[in-house]
Design a binder for this molecule. Structure first.
Ligand SMILES: Nc1ncnc2c1ncn2[C@@H]1O[C@H](COP(=O)(O)OP(=O)(O)O)[C@@H](O)[C@H]1O
Ligand SMILES: [Mg+2]
Length: 213
């Protein structure tokens, strides 16, 4: 019997878009289809990546420059791809990842103004050709997302940025979704959690067709 490659599904979106909430719902949905997904996140997902996460989200590290932030995100990603994602996909596992390379284009590119061609160079080199099968972009007004995220407690180093920063991130995400309609699925994240899960389930439905039990 042929061993089939797993599937990589990434969730993207701004602060408070509902990515973590949707991930738990998707895990149950996939399990109902006989798939036990590997769940991971960025930055993080490995011991090295979680150490990087602690640095980049530390609100007291205001000195971290945009170039270092970009490189740290890719350091975490390079480790996650090699240690977790690529081996899982090769073993036929489905992977659900809370943010991936698109987040660098949105946050470090759109948000921080780092050049897109530099980010693309890092993607080619550090991510080694790992591209998501489907990317769910949870889109919602910045103010709605920020109001939700505010309920989570103290803001991290990125959450303290001004609204204009998050507007640029939203624009960059939407531009990437428009440029790659085959991979992206735009989700109306201002809907109720159940409605968001229903949209995501519909977006993933075509992938279930290829699964044999
Ligand atoms: N569709 C939704 N409608 C209303 N509130 C939501 C929705 N999805 C998530 N939330 C709430 O908003 C907050 C942020 O959600 P979360 O899933 O942590 O977002 P993210 O991981 O994208 O930052 C949480 O308190 C969560 O319960
Ligand atoms: Mg989250």
């Amino acid at each position: 019997m042929p061993i089939t490659r797993g599937r990589l599904i990434t969730l993207e979106g701004g602060e408070g878009a509902g990515k973590s909430t949707l991930l738990s719902g998707l895990r149950e949905l996939l399990r109902a289809h006989g798939i036990d997904p590997l769940m991971t996140r960025e930055p993080g997902g490995t011991p090295v990546g979680e150490a990087v996460r602690a640095v980049v989200l530390d609100a007291s590290r205001s000195e971290l420059c945009p170039e270092a932030e970009l490189l740290l995100m890719f350091a975490s990603r390079a480790q996650l791809v090699r240690e977790v994602i690529a081996p899982a996909l090769a073993a036929g596992r489905w992977v659900l990842c809370d943010r991936f390379t698109d987040a660098s284009y949105a946050y470090q590119g759109g948000g921080r103004g780092q050049p897109v061609d530099r980010i693309a160079e890092l993607e080619n080199w550090a991510v080694a050709g790992v591209v998501p099968d489907i990317t769910l972009l949870l889109d919602l007004p910045v103010s709605t997302g920020r109001a939700r995220a505010a309920g989570r407690g103290e803001a991290d180093r990125i959450e303290v940025e001004a609204d204009a920063f998050f507007e640029r991130i939203r624009d960059a995400y939407r531009a990437r979704a428009a440029a790659e309609p085959g991979r992206f699925r735009l989700i109306d994240a201002s809907a109720t959690p159940d409605a968001v899960l229903a949209q995501a389930g519909a977006a993933l439905a075509p992938l279930f067709g290829g699964v044999t039990s």
